[in-house]
Each structure stands twice: as C-alpha cells, then as structure tokens.
Design a protein around this ligand. Structure first.
Ligand code: FES
Length: 146
C-alpha cells in the first residue's frame, strides 16, 4: 500500500471510530415516568434517576402524565437538589425537547438551560419552574400554582 492510500485509509478508520463513539454516547435513552399525581403535586421515586447497568445517575427524567397539558423535565443536580421545568416554550407555547442539560424548542429554535434560563431566543422569558422537595427518597413537585 502506498503512503497516500495508507494515510487516507487510516484517517477514514479514525473518523469512523470517532463518529461511532459520539453516536453511542449520545444514545442514552431518555427516561419517562408518569409519576404519582396527588392533590397538590406529583411524586416520583429518586431511584428513577439511577442508570441501571451503569454507574451514576441520569441528569434528567421527563414526567408525562395525561392529567398535565405539558410534560415536566426534572433535572438532578445532587441527592437533594433538583429543578422541575414545565416543557412549554415561553415564546409561543410549543412543547420543548430535552437533550443533555438543555431544552430546545423545535418551532423557532429557542434554548433553555437546566434551570429554565433562556440561552437562545426568540423566547425572552424563563421557563416556568415548580418547587421541589425531597423526603425519604421521594421527589415531590409542587403543582399548586398550575
Ligand atoms: S415557540 Fe418556541 S421558539 Fe417559538
């Protein structure tokens, strides 16, 4: 094999490995739960964040409950620190999509961080967030304000 072919084949193999590795790392399945709806809010088990078969925790899970008009994305920062964000874009109300530590709007491209702050417009208001309390490994999301 001549030098030029060798370099071309080597680069192709390296790029393929990089692409496959990137795809695999971004294929972590999103966890959905319906939670348990009570009079004042929703409860989910903190163990929902444990990644089975892997070490560590999911950074977020999504609560989809038929009683709610939009899902709620719950981000985990530590054992007792979570945010719960209404997945409704503050621009024109499109349902957001979660990816890593960001929420994206498929309608016009707004982006929010995992605390609900606007990172990219046209949205100019924070996402609605709900108070979260943790007790006995249960995460309670207070929905009284809905
Ligand atoms: S509705 Fe989300 S950016 Fe317009």
């Amino acid at each position: 094999m001549d030098r030029r072919k060798f370099i071309k084949n080597s680069c192709t193999a390296c790029l393929s490995a990089v692409v496959v590795t990137g795809l695999l790392s971004s294929c972590t399945a999103t966890r959905y739960t319906s939670g348990t709806l009570g009079k004042d809010g929703l409860t989910i088990d903190a163990n929902e964040f444990i990644q089975k078969g892997k070490q560590g925790y999911r950074s977020f899970i999504i609560i989809r409950n038929e009683s709610l008009q939009y899902p709620i994305c719950v981000y985990r920062f530590s054992v007792n620190n979570y945010s719960a964000l209404w997945m409704r874009c503050t621009h024109q109300g499109t349902e957001l999509q979660a990816s890593g530590d960001r929420l994206h709007c498929p309608a016009h491209g707004s982006e929010f961080d995992n605390k609900g702050a606007v990172k990219t417009g046209p949205a100019d208001k924070m996402l609605r967030g709900f108070p979260v309390t943790v007790s006995n490994n249960q995460i309670f999301i207070d929905l009284k304000a809905i």
